[in-house]
Every structure is written in C-alpha cells, then in structure tokens.
Design a protein around this ligand. Structure first.
Ligand code: MG
Length: 187
C-alpha cells in the first residue's frame, strides 16, 4: 500500500510547540486542548496574523520541534512493509530546508524521494492518508485516517479517527489485511 503521512501535528507536535512560544512571548495561557481552530491565528484573535505566524519562519522552531510519541518507531515498521511517503505543505522556500533537515534527523530511513512538498494534497495518489486537517481528510479515492487533534474533534471528517500512533498502526494493519483478502493476493 502507498501510505501518505502528513508532517505537522501528525509526525510532530508543531501546534503544541507553537502555542507555547506565543504564550511565552505575549503572556497568554492557551492550552493545547483550547486550540479549536486549524488556523492558529484564529486561536489568538487578539493578535495579528503576522505576530502568530512569525514563529514559523524562525529556524529555532524546526531545531527544537520533537516527534509525536511512537511516530518514529511505527513509521519505521510501516516503511518495512509498505511505501511510506511524507507529504507536507510548506509556505515559502525558507521553510523547506529546515523541514528537510528535521526529517533527516528523526526519520532518516525515509529516503529523499519519499518526501513530497505539496500544498495540494488531493493531487497525491495514495491508499491511505494520515492527516489532521479537515479539508485534507475529505476524499473518496483513498482511506483517510483523521489524526485526532482539538481542532478536528468536533466531527468525523475522515474514514476513521486515530488517537495515537499505536492506533494508526492497528488501523493500517486492519486495512492491509482486508485489502489482501478482497484482492485475493493473500498468502
Ligand atoms: Mg498537519
């Protein structure tokens, strides 16, 4: 199977990290659970968009960002049996290089040719997409696993909701098994 995996807030903890930086600089106490909007600026309505988004263009955010629990081990396991691609939207070329360096550091087993920078994810053909963005999850050409986050928990946008990486692994293995049976390629 071709498995396409989103980066921000799926493989990493960007929003958690980002809101801490905003809190620190501007004196807020916004918790991760209070981030009800996918658009970070909408979670801080009293700040300008520029004040919120300036953090994304600073190198230190990509240097300090960490992977989500279990992501490194489970992506590695999936990569041994399936074709794993990382698909991430980036805004502005200055974000490309630190993102690539971050992926090399934490997911060194994903080859360069399996890293795709794309703002139009619907153009990426795959069997399974793991994403947290509601707009990316509404597809009828693949299974979409909705990585649970405060901004998408109001409804089921994807094929199924996943709570963490163990859950991702179990659901993908269940899909793989079902596909093999229906296509007659098992054994
Ligand atoms: Mg994301």
């Amino acid at each position: 199977m071709i498995i396409a995996i989103d980066l921000d807030n799926v493989l990493n903890n960007l929003a958690d990290f980002w809101r801490r930086r905003i809190n620190q600089k501007y004196g807020y106490y916004v918790e991760q659970s209070e981030l009800k909007n996918y658009d970070m600026a909408a979670n801080f309505p009293t700040l300008d968009r520029e004040q919120v988004e300036e953090f994304l263009n600073r190198y230190d955010i990509w240097r300090d960002l960490t992977p989500t629990n279990g992501a490194q081990e489970i992506v590695k396991a999936l990569n041994m049996t399936d074709e794993v691609y990382i698909v991430t939207a980036r805004h502005g070329f200055p974000q490309y290089y630190p993102t690539f360096v971050w992926l090399r550091r934490y997911f060194p087993y994903i080859p360069e040719k399996r890293i795709i920078f794309a703002q139009n994810k619907e153009m990426i053909r795959c069997d399974v997409l793991i994403d947290d963005c509601p707009a990316n999850l509404v597809r009828d050409d693949c299974v979409t696993l909705q990585y649970r986050q405060p901004w998408n928990s109001d409804r089921v946008w994807g094929t199924a909701i996943v709570n963490d990486w163990v859950d991702v692994y179990q659901k993908i293995r269940a899909i793989g098994g079902a596909n093999e049976e229906t296509s007659g390629i098992s054994g």
